[in-house]
Design a protein around this ligand. Structure first.
Ligand code: AMO
Length: 428
């Protein structure tokens, strides 16, 4: 007999013998009959069963147990479930042991920590599962759009021998023959090198930063969508980013309205182009509108971004950052080298992505490394590529977890990551 899912139950199935498999979400015992809600990944199914069917080898089948029900489809009088399955047998595969650490129906509130400790069970809550279905669709849309724009998907190493973003925040460990190895902070150097031959590349992967930030938007392991393109400049790759985001929002809105409703998010498709503000304009705005004590050359820290988020809503770019606030690989402006061809993509106060045009001249790149206190010798594998006919190139890295915060309208990045890693959390 064929297994059917909850979302397949319809008029055409009336009278048919079916098998449904999932977990028992609810049991209502009404004398001679039990009303059971069996839930699978697609939804709930009402099952009518004889009370004797809820016992397996003398043990009562509990809520959340995994079961398979065989029965016939009939019309139901319930408002929520127009069709139901009249059980002929119920087979229990595994009986859930009570008390359970959390109630995944969401009827009893649990803290985020308790939910993360029981994440697999937490995902049985349809509004939690919806976050990860939206994440799945977002990844699919990102891949489709980037491939349509001529980008090739690549996989670069995550165990690396020299820093990709400078020396800070590296997770270090000992590799074979007593060599020092690191976990990649980003695919920066590899993705740049790949433009030499592959022209346009993208990668979606996890990266690792040993930062001790206790915030609702930082994790020690996060997923980044990275692109890098030969013969593009900062404006070109900013267009790629904004068009990508618009496509993601459009498609989610049209294909995932059920999931968006479940997470309680009402996304609006942003219009193109996203507003652009220069770093200098941002500093002026912070001084004028917020009376902030900030000067050109200062980084935009948490406080500055929070104030900026009060004035700027939705998506926008901050462009032309001071060169010394950006990593060594960012290209200085030709007309004023104190500033650079760089940008951050913001959503209100939240930084979603950063990127820019890259320095592709080997000697200037070497000079920039020294200026930033880095040893060019550590970057020898990278620098030599720049002697092999490196094209001009540009790119960005977009924090997928942060984008999901915006899509799902949640305040804590841990909500949108299955098993988050932060300074406190290493398990499960
Ligand atoms: P950056 O360091 O700004 O740039 O990172 C890019 C984006 O990645 C996300 N992100 C994080 N998300 C969660 N937790 C973290 N600890 C964390 N760190 C970063 C943010 C951020 O905007 N190589 C450059 C990108 C480039 O120029 O192409 C880079 O890594 O959303």
């Amino acid at each position: 007999m064929e297994r059917i899912y909850a979302n397949q139950l319809d008029e055409s199935m009336l009278g048919r013998e079916v098998e449904v498999a999932g977990w028992i979400e609810d049991i209502r015992e009404l004398g001679a009959i039990n009303f059971i809600i069996v839930r699978d990944v697609t939804g709930g199914i009402q099952v009518i069963a004889d009370p004797s069917m809820l016992v397996s080898n003398g043990i009562k089948i509990t809520r959340q147990s995994s079961v398979k029900v065989k029965g016939r489809v009939q019309r139901s009088r319930s408002v929520n479930y127009p069709f139901e399955v009249k059980a002929e047998s119920i087979q229990a595969y595994s009986i859930a042991k009570h008390p359970l650490p959390i109630d995944p129906t969401g009827r009893v509130n649990a803290s985020l920590d308790a939910r993360l400790d029981a994440r697999a069970l937490d995902l049985r809550n349809p509004s939690v599962a919806a976050i990860f279905k939206l994440r799945h669709h977002t990844l699919q849309i990102i891949r489709r759009v980037l491939v349509e724009k001529g980008f090739i998907e690549v996989n670069t190493p995550k165990i690396i021998g020299s820093a990709s973003e400078g020396g800070a925040n590296l997770f270090k460990f000992s590799y074979f023959n007593n060599r020092q190895a690191y976990l990649a902070q980003s695919p920066q150097l590899y993705k740049e090198q790949l433009t030499l031959a592959l022209d346009r590349v993208f990668e979606i992967a996890s990266y690792y930063r040993a930062e001790k930030s206790h915030t609702t938007r930082h994790l020690n392991e996060f997923v980044s969508v990275d692109v890098e393109a030969a013969y593009m400049d900062a404006d070109d790759v900013m267009r790629v980013a904004e068009e990508l985001i618009v496509e993601v929002f459009k498609e989610l809105k049209s294909k995932c309205s059920k999931e968006l409703d479940l997470v309680g998010s009402n996304i609006d498709v942003p219009s193109l182009p996203f507003p652009r503000m220069s770093y200098v304009q941002v500093v002026e705005m912070l001084k004028k509108e917020h009376g902030m004590n900030i000067e050109v050359g200062d980084d935009l820290g948490d406080h500055a971004l929070r104030l900026l988020g009060e004035s700027m809503k939705g998506f926008y770019f901050i462009v032309d950052w001071p060169t010394n606030l950006k990593p060594f690989y960012i290209h200085e402006r030709d007309d004023d080298p104190r500033f650079s061809y760089s940008f951050d993509l913001q959503y209100g106060a939240l930084e979603l992505a950063s990127g820019g045009k890259r320095q592709h001249d080997a000697s200037r790149l070497r000079k920039r490394l020294v200026e930033q206190g880095l040893d060019p010798e550590d970057f020898r594998d990278h620098l030599k590529v720049f002697e092999w006919g490196m094209p001009p190139h540009a790119g960005w890295g977009l924090g997928l977890d942060r984008l999901m915060m915006v899509i799902c309208n949640v305040k804590n990045v841990r909500e949108v990551v299955l098993y988050p890693r932060d300074t406190e959390r290493l398990r499960p």
